[in-house]
Design a protein around this ligand. Structure first.
Ligand code: HXC
Length: 257
């Protein structure tokens, strides 16, 4: 039995963390299952992923506190490294990943959402890094990605004060792109995923690479990278068909590359 389910709908894959009775809390086994599902995504057939949590209450309520409560420093380090490796793998997937945050996204749950490209939230979503209240630091990338996503000052406040924030505040600080009534969240995430999947796949992948790699570079290196990724789109059938169709004032064929 796996704690992570996968469903393919045309070009979109839906990944569900499925440990509802523990609010989808992440232990080493759940992380292992998540990695296996991510490794198995058929990148020839999949153009976008949606990542969510089972049930109505939680996306992921964090790393499993019971499992962590007896860890030694070495075991804690290994757990942190395991989660970081899986989340980095998600971040580095060539295709976009949308987090559909359907409730609590605390600690490791907030960190999991941060490893995704885009976060959409339900009205009942709650985000936060409550680790300092448990005597630990965030350990699945939260100290790094939260600051990069919402700014250093706000990230430090939330982490130091162990303060959670509700969906409207998450929207206001740019942590999430949009907030929906709970029953509309999945449809909205799938609609966005399908819209992304309807664009030129190579161009979408090159765009993800450009943004993510560029954020780690100085601006001169980053703007020198962009022409290389841009150039790689030329000569693709998608680029030729789409631009020719525009010039000939007709609808272009579906994107295929
Ligand atoms: C283990 C958890 C859990 C967690 C919830 N559960 N969160 N189990 N680890 N993080 C379990 C509860 O024990 C309970 O199990 C069941 O899920 C339902 O939770 P309740 O607490 O009864 O629900 P509720 O009263 O609605 O409260 C929801 C909640 C609360 C506010 C989300 O569960 C909560 O505060 N959870 C912990 C959130 C947190 O601190 N996350 C950060 C963890 S640190 P039973 O068996 O009693 O029904 C972290 C570090 C990441 O994530 C880095 C690691 C390297």
């Amino acid at each position: 039995m796996s704690f992570v389910k996968y469903e393919q709908k045309d070009f979109v894959g839906v990944v569900t963390i499925d440990r509802e009775k523990a609010l989808n809390a992440l232990n080493p086994e759940v992380l292992k299952d998540l990695e296996a599902v991510i490794d198995a995504v058929d990148l020839d057939k999949t153009r976008c992923l949606v990542l969510t949590g089972a049930g109505q209450k939680a996306f992921v309520a964090g790393a499993d506190i019971g499992a962590m409560s007896t860890m030694t420093p070495d075991e804690g380090r290994a757990f942190s490294a395991q989660g970081n490796a899986v989340f980095r793998k998600i971040e580095k997937l060539p295709i976009p990943v949308i987090a559909a945050v359907n409730g609590f996204a605390l600690g490791g749950g907030c960190e999991l959402s941060l490893s995704c490209d885009i976060r959409l939230a339900s009205e009942n979503a709650v985000f936060g890094q409550p680790e300092t209240g448990l005597g630990i630091t965030p350990g699945f990338g939260g100290t790094q990605r939260l600051a990069r996503t919402i700014g250093v000052g706000k990230a430090k406040e939330l982490i130091y004060a162990s303060r959670n924030m509700k969906a409207p505040e998450a929207l206001a600080c740019g942590l999430v792109n949009a907030v929906y009534p709970a029953e509309e969240l999945m449809d909205a995430a799938l609609k966005l995923a399908n819209r992304i999947a309807g664009n030129a796949p190579i161009a979408v992948r090159q765009s993800k690479k450009a943004v993510n790699m560029g954020l780690q570079m100085d601006i001169d290196t980053a703007v020198a990278l962009e022409p290389e990724l841009f150039a790689a789109c030329f000569g693709t059938q998608d680029q030729q068909n789409a631009m020719t169709a525009f010039c000939e004032k007709r609808k272009h064929d579906p994107f295929i590359n």
